[in-house]
Ligand binder design. Sequence first.
Ligand code: AGP
Length: 614
Amino acid sequence: MCGIVGYVGNKTAADILLDGLTSLEYRGYDSSGIALNIDGKMKLYKAQGKLQNLRNIIKNDYAEISKSTIGIGHIRWATHGVPSVENAHPHTCNCGKVAVVHNGIIENYKELKAKLESKGCHFKSQTDTETVAHLVASKYAETQDLTEAVRLATKEIEGAYALAVMHQDVKGTIVATRRNAPLVIGFGEDENFVASDIPALIQYTKKAMYLEDNQIVTLTSDSAKIIDINNNPQTLKTETLPWEPVALSKMGYKHYMLKEIHEQPDIVRNVLTGKLKATDEQINLNEVTLQKADLKELKRIQIVACGTSLHAAMVGKYLIEDFCEIPVEVEASSEYIYRKTITDDKTLVIGVSQSGETADTITAIRLAKKKGSHILIITNRPDSTMAREADSLVPVNAGIEVSVAATKSYMAQLISFYLLAIYMAEVKGSINSEELNELKHELIMLPQKIDKVLTNKEEIQKIARKFSGFKDFIFIARGINFPTALEGALKLKEISYINATGYSAGELKHGPIAMLDDSMPVLSVLMKGKVYEKILSNAEEAKARNARMIALTDSDDIKLDDLFENIIHVPEISEILSPALAIVPLQLLAYYIAEFLGKDVDQPRNLAKSVTVE
Ligand code: AGP
């Protein structure tokens, strides 16, 4: 949520900042801005709306702007104050010499603001961030030292922040710090970078260091000095980033979302690599550090997650309960944290998150940790806050996901849950090995089946075109595919803004059926297995109310042709693994509907890739 980039070196800073912000645009996109030191003067450039608006402003003044080789930039997802030029970062103090960009929320900004106003500070924006600019300026006036001013300011700030700060009189220097919000430093030849996320750096350097909470870095073009909040010097610990810049390009696809959907067969292979070697070998999941004896004794598992990750968690519950016979509760992190949470050292708490930075989930796992639970994190970002808090870390290796609508990370989370559930069942001996070996074989075959669905995309495109004019959509399923219906509906509403809802098919008759008529498409996730016939009956009930019937199925039963107006066929698959196949056509359906409607697929309105506020 929001993106920060800073550069100090010998190149045109504005170019590097704009490139960096472009690659962070998926984190927020309601306004943007940069601060540059041009000929000894602090200059701010800001725009409301998409980054292109800032690019246009910069183009008009480029001759002047290109002189600067230092700057900080920001792309915003509004929390305090509407999206506007005034509220866009960077923010500055009365004299305009301090510039600040900020991710996170300053929780005590009202008290700080009142204090600063009483000392004569004039606020120009409605943001919490502006307090930091005034606070740093007042500390600088006392100390004449920018690092010290930032350090003293952070002692008074409560909340979550990643900050990058410049001062007009402190030439060639950026000071940056963080608390509960990610920040990474990148090291180049006579140039250094700071950013809230790797995509902003990776095309310039792979040498980097993740800043820890309360560390403060003072960056110049040829040095990086780190202290902690108590002024103790800290060691620079550089690492080589595992990402390739090409991973962040669209590779010829129109949108990142379409590219990421197509990456899924490889994602499944990646997640299985090294863990599932052969069908008759046990799953190798060294990442689970919970002792096998403790695992056997587990009385309960709780899984916390949000959005798409929550849907993966729901499939995970089904698998673990089915294979291991341990009761599993799944809850939205935002609900888990504001009630009496009952957990203990006999409970395993699993946090699932693509970004590893979702504030609700971080709070939930911290709460459980305090109560003694073992924390297992399934995340795509081993460099994230959640990963650092984990007792066991199961990285899902889906590569950086750029599109705001999660697709490949969901697939990777699902596969991780299959591995985890099989691993736990093998440790517990709770299921016969033939059944598990069959599932392992199917997992190995899964990428080919996903490939087949992808080659059938023209069919899905036609259905998408036909149904793109509808205002509402219902997805129904039962059993292990109920989360598939929820996720299919979430994908559609996120990127097309169509009112799409997922229901358990059996619940249709208890209320939602009242909405059905010929203006309502009902998509049934109808995978062969225990609940197939039941869903079929529920679909009949919908058909009897004239709903527009679509099926997603691995069945070739000709009876379906009478019941459904359109059928999306997928290769046959066991019911237990079917969520990992059935979701792919639903991702494509949502994608093509949004594309026909001309929506901004990769950056849907009001959303951001990682939600770092509760
Ligand atoms: C997915 O398409 C969404 N953009 C959103 O629901 C997301 O899954 C949710 O915010 C959780 O994010 P996380 O996985 O990074 O924790």
